[in-house]
Design a protein around this ligand. Sequence first.
Ligand code: ZN
Length: 228
Amino acid sequence: MTQNRFRITTVAAIVLLLIILVLIMVFTLTGVVPKESFSVEGFKVVIDASHGLPDKGLVGEITGKKESNYNLYTAQVLESRLNEMGVATVMTRKDSNALSDTRQDDLALRKRIITTNAPDAAISFEIGYREDKTFEGPQVYYSPSSEKGRILAEAVQEKLNEEFKIAGRKAESREEFITNAGDIPVIVIEYGNFSNPEDELLLRKKNYRMRVAGAVIRGLEAYAEAGN
Ligand SMILES: [Zn+2]
């Protein structure tokens, strides 16, 4: 009898201990994860790596590297970081090929992916080339007909400015087929410039693409936190 009672007490103590451990784990997890990282939770983001073979896009003058590849790598970094945060993503292309052999069809197919998915935001990655070769670092564009696009573009430009220590650069309005998508905010990010030698060398680095993606995510968070 005493032995049975001892066993029951031991089992009860172990069960109680397990319950306490589970509770500690639950409280620790909910307490440790900062709320801010969930501000884009529930968001769906379309990520567009512009160009794709046979369209190489720009080719670096020093490195001979193709813009189409860099756009894909940058899109992939953003995709994986958003997915880690639990944000749903749709890529317009997942390999080195464009969606069509003609630029016009390719753009139309990308736009269809954006409009049929109706995401909270769409980001198109591009590399810039300017007459002013001193212009360096990322520039964000939005459609003149999209108010939400402007808000998103300004939020992302601000975070890119912070990340790359750019003073006072503003997101710019530019008429473009891809960004003109009704209610859906679509922005184009020229995340570097092949016209600037320093940018061209930076664009080779994975770390640079990680920094771009990080700033884009902070921009998306600011956009979401503002109630968009
Ligand atoms: Zn391009």
